[in-house]
Design a binder for this molecule. Structure first.
Ligand code: HEC
Ligand code: HEC
Ligand code: HEC
Ligand code: HEC
Ligand code: HEC
Length: 339
């Protein structure tokens, strides 16, 4: 990396004296980075001291609110793992992993000794064994870390499948069903839906805004994501209600084994009195999750509706078996008034 280029740049965005102090400090890190272990240790320390956050504030904010940041402190996770006697070898390695570029992309991750509360941190996906940050092509350089362009970060599934597609952990596999979907055929990837494209300065020290991807990983806790997950159509012909579901999700729906979709169909009189009700649960336990793009019709016979009655169908999302009905999320609905 070139001293003058970075120096000019920092002065250019008027860091002034602060910049000089910073460059001096970074110089120290650069010298220490000659020793591999020190370079990595400096990056870990920088992460703890808020350095990643101060140069990458936008990305940090996105990550901080994501389930990756919470993968260790997540109460649902901790409650489940506490039931597993050998959790350190069976569970914890993906919820507080060492950097996967070091332990091997695609290989089962290894448990970190420190900073477990940082969950799936920046370092887990970006840090290599020499203290460099790997990612898509960068527009600027920094003294704090070297930038290495690595095709793994723009591959449709390679990075994600390290944790979301381990053959020995089918409970947490979104990758297999994705790979046999039309999304994969169209060369889309996990990032298409979970890391939307955004043009911005990637860091406070960047030269120009370039295309990157949001580090939000919105999944089943996002109402917007759930509303996008499936389509629902309702049809009625004398005595028979048909509900057509169509998955628009890139993998099995629901994506996780703790989740349940509830399809509820009710018949209401014109006064709003419930006369008939039926519900279907769709989950891994019931072995009836929807495949990507799958269309499925549920039919209900002997529904005796009369003129003025309303038939309503609602598809709802239950986060865990303990989630009370009042907290289920409405994904799609339709209604029909009998003429
Ligand atoms: C191969 C990596 C890996 C291993 C090993 C692993 N997990 Fe996970 N875990 C994940 C991923 C990825 C997710 C998110 C995707 C999903 O839910 O399928 C997740 C999500 C979860 C969730 C859902 C959390 C929530 O907030 O809803 C629970 C609970 C959980 N894991 C428990 C466990 C337990 C218990 C073990 C050990 C028996 C374990 N995990 C082992 C990768 C792993
Ligand atoms: C002194 C400021 C600074 C600090 C501190 C800093 N970065 Fe960066 N980082 C940059 C700049 C500048 C770029 C290049 C951005 C661009 O292309 O516009 C960059 C790029 C990156 C990239 C992309 C690399 C690539 O080649 O695609 C990653 C990943 C990254 N940083 C992660 C981190 C992490 C994690 C930390 C904390 C350990 C960190 N950065 C700390 C300034 C910094
Ligand atoms: C090092 C392991 C690891 C890698 C790599 C990884 N994840 Fe995750 N991911 C997890 C874990 C663990 C969780 C579950 C956290 C929890 O709920 O406790 C998770 C959760 C998620 C969620 C669920 C969020 C929610 O609110 O339900 C999405 C979406 C997600 N990951 C997408 C991705 C994508 C896309 C990639 C690839 C760019 C990726 N992950 C790479 C471990 C990983
Ligand atoms: C679960 C893995 C994962 C985690 C955790 C993660 N990143 Fe990334 N990051 C990626 C992927 C994948 C890309 C490439 C996106 C693309 O296709 O451009 C990326 C891209 C980047 C880039 C390039 C600019 C951009 O927006 O695409 C920077 C800078 C970066 N990450 C910094 C960070 C920082 C800082 C953190 C922690 C606050 C972090 N990342 C956490 C997977 C991750
Ligand atoms: C076409 C868009 C799309 C693509 C592509 C896609 N997803 Fe999803 N994903 C969704 C939607 C919608 C949801 C919310 C519904 C659900 O929970 O299944 C979701 C949910 C998730 C969840 C949360 C599951 C849970 O139980 O909380 C994880 C984890 C996840 N996706 C990972 C991935 C991974 C890994 C890939 C790449 C193999 C991927 N997704 C590709 C749309 C997509």
């Amino acid at each position: 990396m070139s001293f003058t280029r970075t120096h000019r740049h920092i002065v250019g965005i008027s860091f002034g004296l602060l910049g000089c102090i910073f460059i001096t400090l970074m110089g120290v890190f650069t010298l220490r980075a000659d020793n591999q272990t020190d370079g990595v240790a400096a990056v870990y320390q920088g992460f703890r001291d808020g350095k990643c956050q101060s140069c990458h504030p936008a990305i940090w904010r996105e990550w901080e609110n994501s389930m990756h940041a919470k993968a260790w402190v997540d109460e649902i996770y901790q409650a489940a793992a506490s039931q597993v006697p050998d959790r350190e070898t069976k569970c914890d390695q993906c919820h507080a992993p060492q950097p996967i570029l070091v332990t091997g992309v695609g290989k089962m991750p290894k448990l970190r000794d420190r900073d477990r509360e940082a969950g799936v941190s920046c370092l887990v996906c970006h840090l290599d064994a020499h203290g460099a940050m790997h990612g898509p092509p960068a527009s600027a350089e920094t003294y704090f870390h070297a930038n290495v362009t690595n095709p793994v970060h723009t591959d449709p599934t390679a990075l994600c499948s390290t944790c979301h597609g381990q053959p020995s952990v089918p409970e947490h596999d979104q990758v297999s069903s994705f790979l046999s979907s039309k999304f994969a055929e169209k060369n889309q990837g996990c990032a298409t839906c979970h890391m939307p494209v955004v043009t911005r300065l990637q860091s406070t020290a960047s030269y120009e805004s370039i295309k990157g991807r949001k580090h939000t990983w919105r999944g089943s806790r996002s109402v917007a994501q759930l509303r996008r997950a499936a389509g629902l159509q309702l049809e009625y012909e004398t005595g028979k209600v048909s509900v057509k579901l169509q998955s628009k999700t890139g993998h099995v729906l629901p994506g996780g084994t703790l989740r349940t979709l509830i399809l509820e169909v009710v018949l209401l009189t014109s006064e709003g009195i419930e006369r008939w009700k039926q519900a279907v649960s769709i989950s891994d336990d019931n072995e009836n999750r929807l495949l990507p793009a799958e269309r499925r019709t549920y039919t209900f016979d002997n529904v005796s509706a009369t003129t003025g009655d309303t038939i309503k169908a609602a598809l709802m999302y239950q986060l865990t078996p303990a989630t009370p009905e009042a907290a289920w999320v409405l994904m799609a609905e339709a209604s029909y008034v009998v003429p």
